[in-house]
Design a protein around this ligand. Structure first.
Ligand SMILES: *Cc1c(COP(=O)(O)O)cnc(C)c1O
Length: 449
């Protein structure tokens, strides 16, 4: 292993040459970059040998730990077979097997898989396919989309249009198509006597109003089922998803389930939609699908939608493409991940871990600095009370930095602190995660619990 001569040098060189994502680069004057040297399971290790527990699975991608021996081995074998071949006009074993297995996981409802390399591209594909499908049906007017308040679906122009996070959107408003934004079912909105179900009902009523008025020009509704992840881990009832699907059906509008963050077992079932007992018209996966190893995304759809594009006419085809579509190495990593799901009974094990995470964080329920403690499968989150926040501008960055000093990698969103760990934490690591976060809060909020 080649070790960097010193990490200070790495940081300086990075700042001089790399434009980092999702970052005001000037903030690194106060909050230094972290140069990671290697990974071991749920741990990231820097050049000086400091260890950080990756409580957020490296932006929600790394499901089975870093340097996982089984996934490493699968990629090495694939590397010695075929590293890449274009998917137009060619096919290969990893992409076939992956498509078949994803179809099986959807019980055959989503029988065709279209690939790309990142989440935003999978969302673009779903949006384009939906509109194109309606056009083929002679309904070209159906070209608009509905999204939820506080939604996040990626940051390319099409995906950003159906995203409702002002911070990411404001600079590019003039480049984006108009969309309908309807009420979020975020259960945190409940007033004194309301339940999560009441909020879901109100959100459904708002959605129905929009569909009633505009369905002739709407191609699809896009939602993130069960948890709006980048939208501060806002959770809602499965009932909302089920009712939204029924409304889409009733008004002749597609449902796109963006499961880029909530899919791959994150919420307790392999697909979040399973908990609502529905199958969408399009389902997007990325992030965890390749276990955090290689860029891969996929838009799954129904065979009936696929069939609508099947014709002699070239213009009726879905001509979208990316150079690395269906890359064999990435597909092989995904297959190795699916093997682990099956052979190691991950969904079952996660039920236990979910319980243990709740127990380890029981202190949050009695802490007056904290509100809206919530959990859905392997996502646990809470919000910091306004009265405990010293500086809202720097809160998340400070918590991040304090967390790193305690050996836990967290990346709060605004005033929401969450964990979304790899599925392989030991009981001791779950305890460390909770203690580290508690310490980070104590040091940041200046009021010990
Ligand atoms: C991360 C994310 C995306 C975008 O994926 P990228 O790979 O970052 O482009 C889209 N939708 C959801 C729900 C996400 O969490």
């Amino acid at each position: 292993m080649n070790s960097p001569s010193n990490s200070v040098d790495w940081v300086a060189r990075s700042l001089a040459s790399v434009w980092h994502p999702c970052t005001q680069m000037k903030h690194h004057e106060a909050y230094p970059l972290v140069a990671i040297h290697h990974g071991e399971g749920p741990w990231l290790i820097d050049a000086a040998g400091n260890r950080f527990l990756d409580c957020i699975s490296s932006w929600w991608t790394n499901l089975f730990g870093h340097a996982n021996p089984k996934i490493n081995q699968a990629i090495i074998e694939q590397l010695n077979t075929i590293e890449h071949v274009m998917l137009a006009g060619f096919t290969h074993q990893p992409v076939i097997e992956l498509s078949e297995r994803l179809s099986q996981l959807s019980q055959g409802h989503l029988g065709h898989a279209f690939y790309a390399s990142d989440g935003a591209s999978a969302v673009e594909i779903a949006l384009k396919m939906s509109h194109h499908f309606w056009k083929i049906q002679g309904k070209s007017a159906k070209k608009k989309f509905i999204c939820l308040q506080n939604s996040y679906h990626g940051e390319t122009l099409g995906a950003l249009a159906v995203t409702d996070v002002a911070l990411f959107k404001q600079a590019y408003g003039s480049l984006l198509q108009d969309v309908y934004v309807v009420m979020s079912p975020d259960a945190r909105q409940a007033q004194s006597k309301e339940s999560a179900e009441d909020i879901a009902k109100r959100a459904i009523a708002d959605l129905e109003l929009c569909l009633q008025k505009n369905h002739t020009e709407i191609a699809a509704l896009i939602i993130e089922p069960l948890v709006q992840c980048a939208g501060q881990m806002a959770m809602h009832s499965a009932n909302f998803v089920q009712k939204a699907a029924a409304l889409c059906q009733q008004y002749g509008v597609h449902l796109i389930a963006d499961e880029i963050a909530v899919g791959c077992g994150r919420t307790g079932t392999f697909f979040a939609c399973e908990q609502a007992g529905i199958w969408p018209d399009f389902l997007t996966l990325s992030k965890g699908i390749s276990a955090g190893y290689l860029p891969l995304s996929v838009c799954l759809t129904r065979d009936s939608i696929y069939a609508a594009f099947y014709a002699d006419d070239l213009n009726q085809a879905f001509l979208h493409s990316h150079s690395y579509t269906g890359n064999p190495l990435a597909c092989r990593a995904a297959l190795a991940g699916l093997d682990i799901f099956k052979n190691e009974q991950i969904l079952l094990k996660n039920k236990e871990s979910t319980k243990k995470i709740w127990e380890a964080f029981a202190w949050t329920l009695a802490d007056e600095r904290i509100k809206h403690v919530r959990q859905k499968g392997m996502i646990f989150a809470f919000d910091i009370h306004e009265h405990s926040i010293k500086n809202p501008e720097t809160l998340s960055k400070e918590l991040f930095q304090r967390g790193m000093q305690e050996g836990v990698l967290i990346r709060p969103i605004g005033q929401t602190v969450y964990v979304m760990p790899p599925y392989i934490l030991s009981d001791t690591e779950i305890e460390l995660m909770s203690k580290g976060i508690c310490q980070a809060l104590n040091k940041t909020l200046n009021t010990s619990k």
